[in-house]
Structure formats: C-alpha cells, structure tokens
Design a protein around this ligand. Sequence first.
Ligand code: ADP
Length: 164
Amino acid sequence: MDTSTVICPGSFDPVTLGHIDIIKRASKMFDKVIVAVLVNMSKTPSFTTQERIAFLETTLADIPNVEIVGFSGLLADYAKERGAKAVVKGLRAMSDFEYEFQMALTNKKLNPELDTVFLTSDSQYMYLSSSMVKQIASLGGDISFFVPASIHAQVCERLKNNRN
Ligand code: ADP
C-alpha cells in the first residue's frame, strides 16, 4: 500500500477562502490531507483552538479525504508519526517566500524524508490573510468575500466584540 498523505499546517485564525482553496487543491492531488491547526502559537490567537477546528470542520465537511487535527510540537516529528510524505503550503506574494523557504529547509533537516510542496491559490486570494480579515471585521467592514459563507455569521459575531 502506498497512499500519499500530506499535512497542511497553519493557525487558521480564522480559516479564509485562501486556505480552503489550497486545502481543496491538495485534496485532489493526494490521497489524504491532514489539516494541522497550531495549538501553541507565538501570538495569542483571536479564536480558541476549538473554534478554529470547528470552523474548518464546518467548511470542509463535504471533503472525505480531509482530516482536521489540533497540533503542537515539531511538524517534522508529527509528519513522521502520521506517515506523511510532504507538507503542503500556500504561497501568496513574494513576501511569503523567504520564511516558507526557511521553514521547508528546516523541516527537511529535521526529517530528511519530508518535502514541502508549494501551491498557489486562485489569484483573487493572493493578498488574503487571516489578519486582514480580522482587521476589516473589527472596523465594521464586509468580510463575505474572504471567509466561507457557512461560518461567516459566527466569525462576524465573534469579531464584533473586538470593535471599540
Ligand atoms: P495566515 O498567514 O493567513 O495567518 P496561516 O498561518 O493559517 O495563515 O497559514 C497557513 C498556510 O496557508 C500558509 O502556508 C499560508 O501561506 C497559506 N495561506 C494563507 N492564506 C493564503 C492565501 N490567501 N492564499 C494562499 N495560501 C494561503
């Protein structure tokens, strides 16, 4: 048996249509996609781990080969534990490149079997980030172009409280 399992790691704080675009593309290319939600982030997230996971579950419910998990520790070790052969990451503008290149090489050093595959999302999501979504929502702007419709109301409701 040689099934191809890959991991899509991220903070997903909250998940955006850019993330979903990348995860869906990966689910068509590989047998199984593990979406690993970072539990221990350097920056305190706006949404709890449970909320971030629940948003992904709601949005990706119709894709059978996607599994969503909370994750802490070293990605290189977790990939080995789960038998994943690659990490899949989305690359936006050039600004992502330096950091992602460093992460990819570090992960390969820690786990020489682990490759990183970079995908590009649809161009309409090229400049979309979770922090931009939060900023727009906190200023009362419309985020319906940026987050999945199925979680839009919940995300707005939570972010409304961040307005002052
Ligand atoms: P963010 O930078 O939005 O907070 P995450 O840390 O959750 O995102 O990112 C997880 C992965 O998803 C990263 O590889 C990131 O480059 C990718 N990603 C995030 N938004 C997009 C997008 N709009 N298009 C392509 N890839 C994206």
